[in-house]
Write a protein that binds this ligand. Structure first.
Ligand code: IVH
Length: 671
């Protein structure tokens, strides 16, 4: 056999073993034998580089680290799913369907686990993996092809008769066992632990260096067909899943066809019961009408199909005893009461701390120290105390009182009329606020200082090297290198990363300052409205309130921030340290998120008046027109929408409802 033929044979053989291992779960060879074949192929390719093809299994980690992900547009929007939180809601879904379809009989559904990971679109052209992208806002996502290539369960080339174009959609997730060993490794290296498999999967996919992703135990399971050209005629979802499997793509072995609501319920009960024994985390079940013809007749409402629904598992609850309450100080000084509990197992994790939110919530739920309470844990969210069980209240139960002084810095605690939150007034004099402020300043969406994580910030504060973000810019490399587990090379990298953060944008800088309630979108709006920092810092609350979507609470926080001499001093020092951004005029008429997009409103919206909807769209840069044409991007339809809706359908213009509009505005930062 020639070397070229041998290389081709090895590639096919390795792809076949991958498929047997990951998709069929029927390996034919041991890991060692697989590695042996891979090494032989690697050696052939090293000796004769011309033998190496893009779809060779040696080329999974192909490209060098990049600096950013490209933005890509999905061939068709990636939708989300409506939720059913109870059997009644599921019943209502089924009734709606049958009414719309005009059928008295039972509907056949494909029932599948709802995997708790990240939605990804993967495109194959002529059978070769071409592009993979995150869901993003549903319309546009990030190109993560280099990272996705490192998933060994994802074939680089499809098996069998490949279509000209295939877009398959699925969920990338981290199996529980892989997540646990990753965290063991993280802790061994003194790195931050991931909170759950979903976050670990998200963090792993977001790596700019595919070599890091390659070391993370990620898997993908496909659950839908996106686009298909030149493939077989598929008329049901079950057939589509079978086709994906035949092309070598993993689909859920738990997917089943079920009949009507009864079948859905039985499937749900079975999966819920086996949930804890599955090797991956799921947060519910998805039901999809199996017939494509029926799916088409049912269509979509805003961003979700009418033909599918996610039946979420209820949040898990357990009883335990509240032993004490501590107050944690957040970035903006907010004091959050944290319940210290007798450890209890809830939803697969031991919980010994839970949030009590704020003093109003404690009063509303009537909670005392010593009470037996109910804790709840759902998916990603922090466990919370739901209620007390008054019948079990001990005689010595103690009322929870808000401290008068900050538990960290002893500054006065202030509670403003009408606000639920109590705050420490110490600002950056408070160690807790300083820590959180630095973490926020360095975070990805703010000044984006790579490598300045939680642990290092803690060390810098403990060593009294940093009081405020301004001190970061004068940190000597040697002082950094002397920190535990740091070393000279990492210290150098960190100094470089800090230096690189000097040029930024006004919006990022404002966000990075960490003013209470000024999130990314508000920071961007303020930057647009005022153009430069001086104008903003000198503005009155009334002037600030003229900014779109800024109300009295935010404007009060902004004026209070600029009224504190310590904050002004820090800003001055940041500027002296060379932090700079492009300043300009207020940018009325500039390019806003929806500039160039035309909307048409029709019918009565449930909550927004037509003027409000128009004002909000225009504030985001959109044009609101009176009639539908080919140039219309969206028709927003409410109750009793008339001919404009028909026209939109005729022209294939996207129709959304109020919810869709609000989601869209939120997605572009104008919500
Ligand atoms: S179907 C049009 N099937 O859930 C239908 N989604 O809330 C689109 N998900 O973004 C989704 N498992 O990330 C579908 N078996 C499954 C799923 C699933 C998990 C995720 C997916 C989607 C989200 C919608």
């Amino acid at each position: 056999m020639s070397q070229a033929a041998r290389a081709a044979w090895l590639r096919d053989e390795l792809a076949r073993h991958n498929h047997r291992y990951y998709v069929l779960d029927e390996p034919e060879v041991s890991d060692a034998e697989y590695d042996q074949l891979l090494r032989e192929l690697q050696q052939l390719e090293i000796a004769e580089p011309a033998l190496c093809t893009a779809d060779s299994p040696t080329q999974r980690v192909g490209s060098a680290p990049s600096t950013a992900f490209d933005s890509v547009r999905h061939p068709a929007p990636m939708l989300s799913l409506d939720n059913a939180l109870s059997d009644d809601e599921l019943q209502a879904f089924d009734t709606r369907l049958r009414e719309r379809l005009g059928t008295a009989g039972t509907v056949r559904f494909s029932a599948e686990p709802k995997l708790d990971g990240l939605a990804v679109s993967v495109i194959y052209r002529e059978g070769v993996l071409w592009r993979a992208a995150t869901r993003g806002d549903g319309e546009q996502g990030e190109d993560i092809t280099a990272n996705m290539r490192t998933l060994r369960c994802l074939p680089l080339r499809l098996l069998g008769d490949a279509p000209a174009l295939l877009e398959a959609r699925g969920e990338v997730y981290m199996p529980v066992a892989g997540f646990e060993s990753l965290n063991v490794e993280q802790s061994r290296q003194g790195l931050k632990l991931f909170v759950n498999p979903r976050n670990a999967a998200a963090g792993s996919l977001r790596q700019l260096d595919p070599r890091i992703t390659a070391r993370r135990p990620l898997e993908i399971c496909f659950y839908a067909l996106g686009a298909l050209e030149g493939g077989p005629l598929l008329t049901t979802h079950a057939a589509a899943l079978a086709a994906l499997r035949n092309w070598g793509l993993r689909t859920s072995p738990e997917a089943r066809l079920v009949q009507g609501v009864e079948g859905c319920r039985a499937y749900f009960a079975d999966l819920q019961q086996r949930r804890a024994t599955l090797p991956y985390q799921i947060d519910g079940v998805v039901y999809k009408v199996d017939e494509f013809a029926d799916q088409e007749r049912l269509g979509f409402v805003s961003r979700a199909p009418r033909w599918a629904i996610a039946r979420k598992f209820p949040a898990e609850e357990a009883r335990t005893v509240l032993r004490a309450v501590d107050f944690q100080v957040g970035r903006t000084g907010a004091l959050t009461p944290v319940a210290r509990l007798d450890p209890v197992l809830v939803g697969g994790a031991t919980v010994s701390n839970a949030t009590l939110h704020n003093m109003d919530e404690i009063a509303r739920k009537d909670i005392c120290i010593g009470d037996t309470i109910v804790v709840r844990r759902a998916g990603d969210v922090i466990p919370e105390v739901v209620r007390s069980v008054p019948a079990l209240r001990p005689v010595d139960a103690a009322v929870i009182v808000l401290p008068l002084q900050c538990p960290v810095c002893q500054s006065v605690v202030e509670r403003i009329e009408g606000e639920a939150v109590a705050r420490c007034t110490g600002a950056l004099r408070c160690r807790a606020q300083r820590h959180e402020a630095l973490r926020h300043y360095a975070s990805r969406r703010a000044l984006d200082i790579d490598g300045l994580g939680d642990v290092i910030i803690g060390q810098l504060i403990d060593a009294d090297l940093v009081q405020s973000p301004a001190d970061l810019y004068s940190l000597p490399r040697a002082a950094l290198a002397a920190l535990p587990r740091m070393g000279d090379k990492s210290a150098g990298n960190l100094v470089d990363a800090i230096a690189a953060s000097r040029s930024t944008t006004l919006a990022r800088f404002l966000f990075g300052l960490g003013i209470a309630d000024v999130g990314e979108a508000t920071a961007a709006a303020l930057a647009r409205q005022f153009g430069n920092l001086q104008a903003l810092s000198g503005a009155t609350a009334e002037q600030i309130e003229l900014t779109p979507d800024v109300g009295p609470v935010v404007s009060r926080h902004v004026t209070a921030f600029f009224a504190d001499p310590l904050n002004l001093q820090i800003i001055a020092r940041l500027r002296e340290a060379g932090v700079q951004w492009v300043e300009g005029e207020p940018t009325a008429g500039a390019v806003l998120p929806l500039t160039g997009q035309t909307f048409v409103l029709t019918g009565t919206l449930p909550t927004l008046s037509r003027d409000e909807a128009k004002a909000r769209l225009e504030a985001a840069g959109a044009k609101v027109a009176g009639s539908v044409s080919k140039r219309t991007q969206y028709v927003v339809a409410g109750e009793e929408a008339g001919s404009k809706l028909d026209k939109a359908r005729e022209l294939g213009v996207q129709v959304i409802d109020e919810r869709g509009l609000l989601e869209l505005l939120a997605a572009v930062g104008a919500g």
